[in-house]
Design a protein around this ligand. Structure first.
Ligand code: AMP
Ligand code: ZN
Length: 111
């Protein structure tokens, strides 16, 4: 996807505050943090949302979720953290490249 901003970040064509990278995944700071710690984990390969995932995405989805507690720990979220996946317009998704939000460091009840 040439005009997808998260694809551009994954390709290094747009800047990001990167916190993790491997062959399949990238994690970086959200540009408009909703809490003291607000990270996004994306697959490098474009998939628009969770609704477009199928069995082929199982492994990468598992890796994204397993990365969340590691990144949370790295960023000092010892009491816990929130993971959010907004899916589709009705789910509040704005960037149509699958991503997991990792949010913490404040009262998470209303975030
Ligand atoms: P969502 O509503 O789940 O689609 O959330 C998209 C998130 O991406 C929002 O929290 C935005 O602040 C964040 N975002 C948008 N553009 C960028 C960017 N260039 N770098 C980092 N985060 C971004
Ligand atoms: Zn994309």
């Amino acid at each position: 996807m040439t005009d997808c901003i998260f694809c551009k970040i994954a390709r290094g064509e747009l800047p990001s505050k990167k916190v993790y990278e491997d062959d399949e995944l990238l994690a970086f700071h959200d540009i408009h943090p909703a809490a003291p710690v607000h990270l996004l984990v994306i697959p490098k390969l474009h998939v628009a949302s969770l609704a477009e995932c199928d069995g082929r995405h199982g492994e990468v989805l598992g890796k994204m979720l397993l990365l969340a507690p590691k990144l949370a720990q790295d960023h000092g979220l010892v009491d816990g953290f929130k993971t959010v996946i907004n899916t589709g317009k009705g789910g509040g998704q704005v960037v149509f490249h699958l991503h997991v939000h990792i949010i913490g460091g404040a009262n998470m009840a209303h975030v």
